[in-house]
Each structure stands twice: as C-alpha cells, then as structure tokens.
Write a protein that binds this ligand. Structure first.
Ligand code: PDD
Length: 295
C-alpha cells in the first residue's frame, strides 16, 4: 500500500513518523474520512473544505489548497487501486519537543494519508441496527473534526459491550449525535435533527440527507430533542461517510416504531443511492437482469 506524507508517496516502512509529533502527544490535529465508490471520490470538495475549516478553528494554517488535497486523495486511490472504501487524511501541528503551548518557531504541519478498503455495510443498511445512549462527556467544540476522540472511543466501546452498533450521545438530557455519526428521527412525517452548532460535527452525509429531504419536500426541523422524544419517534437513523443512512430499530433495547426500518428512511436511502453512480449502474444491471435483458 502507498501512503502519503508531506508531499511524498511512500511505502509503509518509509513513513518514519516521530514520537514528538503533536498529534501523537496531544491529539493536536484534525482529520477527514472521504468515501470512494467504484474508484471515484464522493463529496470530496465538502470534506476538504471542512478539513480546512477544522484546521482554522484550531489555529493551524494548512499549506495546501483544496485542489492539491484533491490531487493527493486521487493519487492515493489510483496508486492503491481502491474500488470501494475510504481515504483517511490527517494533519497535525507538527513535530516539536513536548510542551502544551504551540511551538515558538514556525514548524510545518505533518500531513499523512492512506486508503482503506471498506465495503458498504449492506446488512445494517437493510436490516437496521441498535443504539445505546451514553452520557456525552466530550468537550464543547464537537464541530471540529479533531483527532481527540477519547470521548467517542469510550462511548463506542460502551455501545459495543452492550451489543449495540453505535452510541447515542446525550448531553443535558438532549440527544446530540452518535460516537461517529449524526442522528435523525422521524415523527408524523417530519424529519428531526440537531442543529449544526458546537455540540455536533456537521456531517457531510447529514448535509446530503437534508438536501435530499428538501428535494423530496419532506419537512425538516433542526432542533434538539430529548432521549424520551427519540424513543417515541416513528423512525430513527444515523448517518456518516461509511454508515450512509443506517436505520435504528432499537435504542437502549426499546423498539423504535414498528421495530423495522421505516418507509421514510427507505425513501431517503433510495434517494441517497440514486446519487452514487456505482449504485445507479448496479441497480440498472439488476433491473436488466430481472427483465431478462442482462448483457
Ligand atoms: N466520523 N459526528 C461525528 C462525531 C463523527 O465522527 C462523524 C464522522 C460524523 C458524520 O460525519 P460525515 O457524514 O461527514 O462522515 C458525525 C468519521 C467517518 C470517522 O471518524 O471515522
């Protein structure tokens, strides 16, 4: 596999990362995960804009333009012949002797990237999955895609230990987001989700879903709701780059709606699939097959 580090494409053994990297010592950096479908980057522009925004929010200048970052991502996926999976990009404040404050002299950030083979979670997308509520003990800048993920790590582990796929963060009695996803509820035909503020990461998939809802004339309310309100939703799902639109059929062991993925969730899923060229062509192939016209 080919990796990227500060302008070079390297083999793993050439990566040579420092123990004094501030990402390693402090989690002092930001990252992005960009989906690749059939060898094509998906919503890369939006992810890279967010990477630059996250870097600005932690006062770390990025010496790369969106165009350069796109070229890096593109070269990584081509070199590694990635078909379906994602590109991981990470930027840290650089290498300096360990001291909490920013290094005095200007040091270059360390940017690395690599590809991950990762098939679509088709079983979860079809059957739905379980969430476990967890107290949100993270900091107050969850809008930054920071490398500091300890709160997310502990929440996810707690969910897994309770046989749930994802954690549901609750802070001040209000449902915020998943450990690595955004959440949505549907009640009486209205789509509810948390507003994009400092308590959540404004997910790229979240934005795609909101655009789809607008296109389909599904009413949307971007306002906090409680855990009790979440449990009373007709449908529930979480979204992320890799999870896409994953239906949730139980929260804390309690059934949501009919306990199966609901009709509006299905509608949003199929509109989402309709935006991904690979899925559109696969769907067409299936249709041709069932019509007996497969070539
Ligand atoms: N996680 N909220 C949090 C806390 C996240 O970590 C993520 C993504 C999201 C969804 O964002 P998007 O739709 O842009 O993927 C929301 C990534 C995928 C990760 O950490 O692996």
């Amino acid at each position: 596999m080919i990796y990227f580090k500060n302008g070079e494409f390297l083999e793993e053994q050439q990566m040579n990362l420092s123990v004094n990297d501030r990402g390693y010592a402090f989690g002092d950096g930001v990252y992005e995960v960009i989906k690749v479908y059939d060898g094509v980057l998906y919503t890369a522009q939006e992810h890279l804009e967010r990477l630059i925004e996250s870097a600005e929010k932690i006062r770390m200048p990025l010496p790369y333009t969106i165009e350069q970052l796109t070229n890096i991502a593109q070269k990584l996926l081509t070199e590694n012949q990635l078909s379906v999976g994602h590109i991981y990009l990470q930027v840290t404040r650089g290498v300096a002797p360990r001291a909490h404050q920013f290094p005095e002299s200007d040091i270059p950030p360390v940017i690395i990237g690599y590809t991950v083979v990762n098939p679509r979670p088709v079983e979860h997308l079809k059957m739905g999955t379980a969430m476990k509520s967890v107290e949100d003990m993270r900091w107050l800048r969850c809008d930054i895609k920071s490398l500091n993920l300890l709160g997310n790590v502990l929440a996810k582990q707690e969910a897994i230990e309770h046989s749930c796929q994802e954690a549901l963060f609750v802070r001040d009695g209000l449902v915020r987001e998943g450990s690595a996803s955004n959440v949505f509820g549907i009640k009486d035909g209205i789509l509810h989700t948390h507003p994009a503020n400092n308590f959540i990461l404004n997910g790229i998939t979240r934005r795609v879903v909101l655009q789809i809802a607008k296109d389909l004339a599904i009413p949307v309310v971007e306002k906090e709701f409680t855990l009790a309100e979440a449990l009373a939703m007709d449908e529930f799902f979480f979204t992320s780059t890799n999870a896409e639109i994953t239906p949730v059929i139980t929260i804390d062991g309690k059934q949501i709606g009919e306990g199966v993925p609901g009709p509006l969730t299905r509608k949003l899923q199929s509109a989402f699939d309709g935006q991904i060229p690979m899925l559109v062509s696969a769907g067409n192939a299936k249709e041709r097959e069932s019509n007996g016209t497969a070539s």
